[in-house]
Design a protein around this ligand. Sequence first.
Ligand SMILES: Cc1cc2nc3c(=O)[nH]c(=O)nc-3n(C[C@H](O)[C@H](O)[C@H](O)COP(=O)(O)OP(=O)(O)OC[C@H]3O[C@@H](n4cnc5c(N)ncnc54)[C@H](O)[C@@H]3O)c2cc1C
Length: 578
Amino acid sequence: MEQMSFMKSIFFGQIKEELMFPYPKLHPDTTETIRMVLDTVSKFANNSFKTNEWDKKGEMPKEIISHLAEMGLLGIGVPEEYGGLGFSQTAYARLMEEISGHDGSVAVTLGAHQSIGFKALMLFGTEEQKKKYLPRLASGQLIACYCLTEPGSGSDAASIKTKATLSSDATHYILNGSKLWITNGGIASFLTVFAKTEVTDGKGEKKEKVTCFMVELPIDGVSVGPKEDKLGIRHTWTNEIHFENVKIPIANVLGGVGHGFKVAMGVLNHGRLGLAAGCMGGAKKCLETSIIHANERVQFQKKIGEFGMIQEKIGRMMTNIYAAESMVYMTTSLIDRKNIDYSIESAITKVFATEVLWECADENVQIWGGAGFMKEYPYERWLRDARINRIFEGTNEILRAFIALSGMQGPGQTLAGLAEAIKYPLKGLGPVSDFVLRKIKRSVVGETITKAHPELHKLTSMIEEYVPEFATQVEVLLRRHGSKIHLRQFAQKRIADIAIDLYAMSCVLSRVTRAIEENGGSVEKCELEIAIARSFFMRSNRRIQGNLKAIDKNDDELIKLIVAKGYELEKYPFDVLG
Ligand SMILES: Cc1cc2nc3c(=O)[nH]c(=O)nc-3n(C[C@H](O)[C@H](O)[C@H](O)COP(=O)(O)OP(=O)(O)OC[C@H]3O[C@@H](n4cnc5c(N)ncnc54)[C@H](O)[C@@H]3O)c2cc1C
């Protein structure tokens, strides 16, 4: 049974601090092993990656993947008994961060293989299925890809049209349909494919539900389209894949017939963290090159780094990277601890980390000025490479809706239970008393954090104060809109953004507490981390206040009016010429 997640509890106004403290730390032996692998990877990347050249051509040699496979990097999280390195999610994330810092396309290729490509097999495969495929996937003999998106189905993954029909002798499925923009599509030989199948529900009614299949190539009926030409991550393989009467043995169903949607979402919840970790590698690189330029470039007889506007950018980059990094490794540790729900935390971390990377890539170009715009330097590429992260593995809009709605689901059900209970008071005594008790605790005792370092008490109380206020606003919105809340995206965005800030603040608080404790309580030794935490909290505080206020006082209706006009006219309607 999974424990309720930290963030789902926050939506109820509860702070499960035992899930956040102490900030996770790897065993020194593990750290040593990771360092050794990082060192080997970095040496290989420095000697062999020709990123600018590959970006220009839009392709990289396949041998690069083979070399990475020889280092074990195609089976980082695969248990050793199946031939992988057997690393934890945390170690995997740290490696993805490193590789991404060298080359975003290489990191995406590795991620498409193991963060999502064969993740369904790892999470939902039977022992027999794992034995059959994992050793070849971990060694790189098979390259994997994840096939969900279709021409008519992107964010709305449940609307896929690819179909798998059971053969008359019930020995195999016949697969027909097309998948779009599949990373590794041009090099993969192990395809995780999602398709609709007919299932009979408990009432004997036939329904179409998503099922997940493993397809090993070569096999008759599969054709792969040409490599797509793209804005960024240009040397990844992105292709269409077509299926025409492809015969898939029933033994290749993953996670059970009709359970494919759960499989697809489970994979993405996991995979998003690899992506978020990759963003950290890119963001740190942007920060470092920004600092170098700020220290070297002279204008108006001063280093540009002495100007306040440049300092503000660099300070903000460093602070946001620290927060995002704290979230990435807190969340990977939740996965490593097992049996803790991490779905909201992983979505929050993906949104925050991808936006931090985008901001860092953009500010780095700005700090480099005209040089940032020139192909002679890699900075414009970093910006191009960064852009995709806000789109794939769940767009940030879809994830914000997911954060808000899946967080509100718990309180929503309690409120519905409450309404039911009021109708049938005796039957509903449980929910009423639970709800009332929680409310009393929230308003009288308040939620407290006892494990944060006392030096950080102002930051601690900020979280303690915002959590009940947030839960109250969640309740207000649920009472106001009921089940129609799923149609209220202006409100969802605000709720999601507050949740993102509260998770970021909690991760930062925990990490800085650990830093102070590890330094024997010395505040001086942790001066930088404390400054980062304070600055981050001040900025979060402003954002949360703004979002809370805007729940009731906003320009939503004006925006709707403006947009409606824009949609009607299909153009900008003004011209100074009259
Ligand atoms: C380089 C690249 C690699 C990819 N690799 C893979 C892969 O390996 N496997 C795979 O299956 N797919 C892959 N994809 C597809 C990717 O996951 C989708 O592009 C993504 O899910 C968005 O779908 P879409 O492009 O159809 O956009 P749409 O779903 O059409 O969305 C368009 C815009 O509308 C917004 N929107 C849509 N619905 C809502 C809503 N309900 N509320 C608010 N806003 C909404 C979106 O956020 C977005 O801003 C890849 C895409 C690219 C570009």
